[in-house]
Structure formats: structure tokens, C-alpha cells
Ligand binder design. Structure first.
Ligand code: SAM
Length: 281
């Protein structure tokens, strides 16, 4: 779905992520803080003068200190402001902790965080300073497991499930399949939402179209919305809002204070899709 890493190691002076054969993004590398192969993926953290610490998984940019708030606020807040009482939340993936940080701004009862790679969690605790306090929060239960296996085995249900996966390669492939969403639906409370990051409207439109067709067979309400994501392919990112009974356009509460991207106006604007997306999905 997304870019390809051109330079496999960040001990070159820059990394390049190709979004198509002739276009992409480069970051200069000031210093490499971490580089190891886990059981699932190659994990790297480097410092860039403008964007601060940058997390790569298998050579692809996942999170940067400077612009993570765009992605994580837009992933989390639309569902948390439209569900009438979000109490029990599940996050699948999201090992860097950015989604968790946003969810914990609400007075939720519990957040179950299921991440497949314990090494990503350790790297997050060391290099992305918001993660450690989140994991110490009594409401958070960290489970190291595959998200699909977890959903198949548990019996409890959730108000919101956030799918904060990486690109559909490696361990994330399972999180982009139909049976994942069918299984997720069985783990929802009566009033519930699933939110998933889907990809770049510019580079991954066909993938978004395929997801849309699948989602419409599973959920009554399938809406896509878009938010800024400067360090992802194309600079804007698409999310799916899936529900049987929550209206994505009716806010039930104000967002919490202190956000940098999301507010009521941005919420409404995010669901207004341009013709090239609307006509396709
Ligand atoms: N917040 C990130 C961003 O900025 O785009 C999203 C990427 S996040 C780092 C993706 C996480 O999903 C990774 O830590 C990866 O280990 C995890 N993951 C991949 N496949 C998974 C699976 N099958 N079950 C649970 N977690 C998975």
C-alpha cells in the first residue's frame, strides 16, 4: 500500500521513502539512536534536525516527534467525540503509544492495548517519552499478541476499536483482511465504532475502494475521513469510521483541551471528501 524504503540502513546521511517509482520523501539523518531486527520487523529510530526523533518499521516512516499529533489526534478523536459514552476501548497495533496518549485524555474505564511486537513497546518507552506514562496509567492493559488472534480468543466487548496498524506488509497483513473486520464486529458493544487508518488518498485510492466495498458488507455506516499527515505518502491520510449505530457527523461532546489539530470544525471538514475520492468509493 505505501512507500518502499530505498536506503535499507539509516547510517547513510539520509533515508528515502519512495511513494511511487519516481517520487517520495527524504529525511536527513543526524544520528541513529536504535537499529535492530525484532522477530517481526526491522526497528529504527533516528534524529532529524526538523522533525526530531523518527520511528521506522521495515524502512517506512511510522511516527515523528514533530508531526505525530496530526495522525494520532485524527485517528482517535472523531470516534471519541461521537460515541455517546466511550468507556472500554481496544487499540490494536500503535506500539509507539501516540493513540494511547490521545485516548487517555478522556475519562474512559479501560484501554486494552494489543501490540504484536514487544520490542516496539520497549523502543517507544525509551525514545518516545509519552508512552511510559501511558503504560503506567491504571486504566491501560498492555497485551503482547497478534490483534486478530486476540480478537478471536477474547470474550469481552468494546465501545471503540482503533486499528493503528502499519502498512499491509509483514505482521500487519492480518489487520487489513475481511476476517479481521468480521471478527472485530463480534467484539463490539451495542453502540460501537471501529476506526482504522487506511492509507493515502492519492497513492492508495484503489486499496481504499477495495476496503470500502468490504466494509459495506459488514457495517451499516461506512464513512471515510481525511486528515493532514505531513510525513506520510501524499501528506494527507484517510481513516475509516465503521459502525452500525453511531453517526459520525453528530458530536456528543467537545474534544478535550490541549489538542493541536482536531476541533469541531476540523471534524466536520474531515468528512467532506473531494470528488476524486467520493466518485471512487
Ligand atoms: N501510529 C503509527 C503511525 O504513526 O502510523 C501506526 C503504526 S504503529 C507503529 C503499527 C504497529 O502495529 C507496529 O508497532 C506493529 O508492530 C503493530 N502490528 C503490526 N501487526 C500487528 C498485529 N497483527 N497485531 C498487533 N499489532 C500489530
Amino acid at each position: 500500500m505505501t512507500g518502499r524504503a530505498k536506503d535499507k540502513d539509516t547510517d547513510t546521511k539520509e533515508i528515502r521513502e519512495y511513494h511511487a517509482s519516481s517520487v517520495g520523501l527524504f529525511f536527513t539523518v543526524d544520528s541513529v539512536l536504535y537499529r535492530k531486527q525484532s522477530s517481526y520487523q526491522k526497528i529504527e529510530v533516528f534524529v532529524n534536525e526538523s522533525f526530531g526523533k523518527v520511528l521506522l518499521l521495515d524502512g517506512l516512516i511510522q511516527t515523528t516527534e514533530k508531526d505525530e499529533f496530526f495522525y494520532h489526534e485524527m485517528l482517535v478523536h472523531p470516534a471519541c467525540t461521537t460515541h455517546s459514552s466511550p468507556q472500554n476501548i481496544l487499540v490494536i497495533g500503535g506500539g509507539d503509544g501516540g493513540a494511547l496518549k490521545e485516548i487517555l485524555r478522556y475519562p474512559v474505564e479501560s484501554v486494552c492495548h494489543v501490540e504484536i511486537d514487544a520490542q516496539v513497546i520497549e523502543v517507544g518507552k525509551e525514545y518516545f517519552p509519552w508512552l511510559s506514562p501511558c503504560l503506567k496509567d491504571k486504566r491501560v492493559d498492555l497485551v503482547i499478541a497478534d490483534g486478530l488472534e486476540f480478537l478471536r480468543e477474547i470474550e469481552r466487548t468494546f465501545d471503540i476499536i482503533f486499528v493503528d496498524s502499519s502498512e499491509p506488509i509483514g505482521p500487519s497483513v492480518a489487520l487489513h483482511r475481511r476476517d479481521f473486520y468480521e471478527t472485530a464486529k463480534k467484539r463490539l458493544n451495542e453502540e460501537a465504532v471501529v476506526v482504522a487508518q487506511i492509507g493515502s488518498p492519492l497513492y492508495h485510492l484503489e486499496f481504499i475502494r477495495e476496503c470500502s466495498a468490504t466494509f459495506k458488507e459488514i457495517f451499516k455506516t461506512v464513512r471515510f475521513y481525511v486528515g493532514p499527515a505531513p510525513s506520510y505518502p501524499g501528506g494527507s491520510w484517510c481513516y475509516a469510521f465503521l459502525s452500525d449505530n453511531v453517526d459520525p457527523l453528530v458530536l456528543q461532546r467537545d474534544p478535550p483541551p490541549g489538542l493541536k489539530c482536531y476541533n469541531r470544525d476540523i471534524h466536520q471538514a474531515a468528512f467532506a471528501l473531494p470528488p476524486f475520492m467520493k466518485d471512487t468509493i
